[in-house]
Write a protein that binds this ligand. Structure first.
Ligand code: CTP
Length: 405
């Protein structure tokens, strides 16, 4: 059957479960194939018969009944799904997912899923605002799970407050929009470099810089949020990336970064070189710790390979290459020079003279300078927001334009 996509709906025990029947119907009516997994408690509110009739598929609620095809059902279902929507999500399932607990069909399935997960909480306001539930929701959010906020209104406990599950139409629209956005970009692959590089002096010391990697990691997240598969090559950083579309490779030195990028660049549609690569590395690093024996120590540094320039020299038709420039003076002029010399399509200019921009801060202020003569100012905001704007710029000015050519 030709379907728009495979939606797996998880239903937990709560009065809002009756609304999930409308949600199933909305997805089916709009051309999606729907399968449903529930907790045991959910079946106190709605029946397997209604779920199976509306979804036109067998319900999954018991881990220990072997399906006819003898597949391991929670793995097969998690592979089958393009997107998972848990609605209503009780405090219990939110807590289990945040803690990695798998003690029934739905919680086990959720841990096996490597796709986008939406969670639509529904519970009493006091429970929803409880610090434990809020902590769990923040943790899930940080790990790429999208929370569909509950609404204010009359709750089943006859009080007014925030905790009522979002309406099925709201949930449907959010998931459907995300799905459509992903659909058009899911064929794209990006390569992002991030963080500093460390060039060893000896066994315990290195030449490096203060880059945190946050800009590059935020760009990887923003690309993945659009459904783009991302290869993230990261220098030493404490940041984590858990979006299922991000494949991370950790490196130390400029040379290792270049080697990791070479094969990945060939298959990438978008290259974003956000790493603060060391320009020089010690010529003869010592494998042992250098002892304090001489009065002054001379280090001979040799230039590292320019990763951006090396990869952009082999740029393919329709490949988009984005570089960064970190400048302290003659910013635009220097950035334009880098744009040309490195054969990039655009340069994201950071000026260290701008407060709140550059290394070690969570905000940035940049200019996008491209070969088409555009100079776009992006005002001071969080690096996460800047990353989203840069990704949107790449899509509008390069990907969509290339598509038309
Ligand atoms: N870059 C790179 N490899 C290097 C040095 C820089 O790929 N060895 C990339 C950076 O990731 C960035 C761009 O080149 O996208 C510009 O980096 P920047 O440090 O601003 O400029 P440099 O080329 O190092 O020149 P300079 O330090 O003289 O300004």
């Amino acid at each position: 059957m030709n379907t728009k996509g495979n939606i797996l709906i998880g239903i937990t025990g709560g009065i809002a479960a009756y609304k999930s029947l409308s949600l199933i119907r909305l997805f089916v009516q709009n051309g999606y194939e729907v399968k449903v997994a529930t907790t045991k408690n959910a079946l106190n509110f709605i029946t397997p018969l209604s779920i199976e009739t509306l979804s036109n598929n067998t319900l999954y609620s018991d881990m220990f009944t072997l399906p006819s095809n003898r597949q391991v059902e929670h793995i097969a279902l998690s592979d089958w799904a393009d997107v998972v929507v848990v609605a209503p999500a009780s405090a219990n399932i939110i807590g289990k997912l945040a803690s990695g607990i798998a003690d029934d069909a739905l919680s086990t399935l959720l841990l096996a899923v490597k796709k986008k997960i939406y969670i639509a909480p529904a519970m009493n306001e006091r429970m929803f605002t409880h610090f434990s539930v809020q902590k769990n929701l923040s943790f899930l959010r940080e790990n790429g799970i999208q929370i569909i906020e509950p609404e204010e209104g009359f709750l089943a406990c006859k009080v007014k407050g925030k905790g009522r599950m979002a309406e099925p139409e709201t949930i449907f629209n959010i998931v459907n929009d995300g799905f459509e956005a992903k659909e058009s970009f899911s064929h794209l692959t990006a390569l992002v470099t991030a963080g500093p590089t460390y060039e060893p002096i000896d066994a315990v010391r290195f030449v490096g810089n203060y880059s945190s990697g946050l800009m590059g990691f935020s760009l990887a997240e923003a690309l993945a949020e659009k459904g783009i598969r991302v290869n993230l090559v990261a220098g030493p950083t404490h940041l984590t990336s858990r979006h299922p579309f991000i494949q991370r490779t950790d490196v130390q030195t400029a040379n290792e970064m270049l080697n990791a990028c070479k094969s990945l660049a060939a298959k990438a549609d978008i290259l974003i070189m956000a790493a603060a690569v060391a320009d020089y590395s010690p010529e003869h690093p010592s494998t042992e710790k250098i002892k304090k024996t001489t009065k002054d120590l001379q280090l001979t540094l040799q230039p590292t390979a320019d990763i951006l320039k090396t990869l952009a020299a082999k740029k393919k038709k329709k490949q988009v290459v984005v570089g960064f420039a970190l400048e302290t003076n003659n910013e635009v002029e220097n950035a334009k020079k880098k744009l040309k010399e490195k054969n990039a399509d655009c340069i994201i200019l950071n000026s260290l003279r701008d407060e709140g921009a550059g290394f070690g801060v969570t905000t940035n202020k940049v200019k996008i300078i491209d070969t088409k003569g555009n100079i776009i100012d992006i005002p001071l905001q969080s690096k996460k927001e800047i990353a989203k704007t840069i990704v949107q710029y790449i899509i509008t000015h390069h990907i969509n334009k290339n598509k038309k050519q």
